[in-house]
Design a protein around this ligand. Structure first.
Ligand code: SAM
Length: 232
């Protein structure tokens, strides 16, 4: 992967960025995403936020190498603290990290006053996707689009959300993704078919165990029933 040819995962994140976006890419190791979006003429400008010095230097070097020093500003900052009011950021991307870290970045950013609620959030957690959706739902963000892709044998979910007071979700919608479960793409079905097999294996192991934790078995049974429902 480089700034000209993004990975399938980052290409899906890029596909959610609207024309003329004023972007903050948080955790912008190498700045591949903002450089690609600038080269394609999609973004107006970008802030590339990084908490670590090494990745920030890599991002700065790539930005210079591609001639976008006027359009992409590398900034050393923890999470959304990279955003300054005068940037008038309207799109935030946080990709390629664990879902718990993404949720913490959003929570800290909100507590620190770095979210104006006008920004669209494009999020791509590598795991703990439910935690990210829970953060969005609890904080009145509506998930207006989602996509699931497979890259090098791994499933990745990308979600796009904006602030919308009054929206609400069921736990089942948050578990599968409210849009993903409507789209029911082949990749979505493949992912949940695999999850179903894994959960059924765990359940049969628990049934044969001396003491099976009741709450865990009940939770797994509920998830298995949900997955079967969604896959029919
Ligand atoms: N976003 C790129 C992608 O999707 O390929 C890079 C992902 S890389 C695995 C994660 C980057 O996030 C690292 O460079 C790390 O230093 C940075 N990071 C982790 N926590 C951060 C935080 N709180 N604020 C800003 N950057 C952070």
């Amino acid at each position: 992967m480089n700034a000209r040819t993004l990975s399938k995962r980052l290409a899906q994140v890029a596909a959610f960025i609207p024309e003329e976006a004023r972007l903050a890419d948080i955790g912008s190791d190498h700045a591949y995403l903002p450089i690609y979006l600038a080269a394609e003429g999609i973004i107006n400008y970008a802030v590339a936020g990084e908490v670590a010095q090494g990745p920030l230097e890599a991002a700065t070097e790539q930005i210079k190498k591609h001639g976008f020093s006027e359009k992409i500003m590398p900034r050393l900052a923890d999470g959304l603290a990279a955003i300054q009011v005068q940037d008038q950021i309207d799109t935030i991307t946080i990709a390629g990290m664990g879902g718990l870290l993404i949720s913490a970045i959003l929570a800290n950013g909100q507590a620190g006053g770095f979210l104006s609620k006008q920004e669209r959030l494009i999020l791509q957690p590598n795991n703990h996707v439910l935690d990210v959706r829970l953060w969005l739902a609890t904080n009145h963000y509506q998930i207006y689009d989602e996509q699931i892709i497979q890259d090098h044998g791994k499933f990745y979910e990308v979600m796009a959300a904006c602030y919308q007071k009054g929206c609400s979700y069921t736990m089942k919608e948050l578990y599968f993704g409210p849009i993903l479960m409507q789209k029911k793409s082949l990749i979505f079905q493949e992912k949940w078919q695999k999850e179903l097999q894994t959960k059924q294996k765990i359940l049969s192991r628990l049934k044969n165990a001396h003491e099976s934790p009741e709450a865990k078995v009940a939770e797994l049974n509920k998830q298995v029933a949900w997955i079967k429902e969604v896959l029919t």
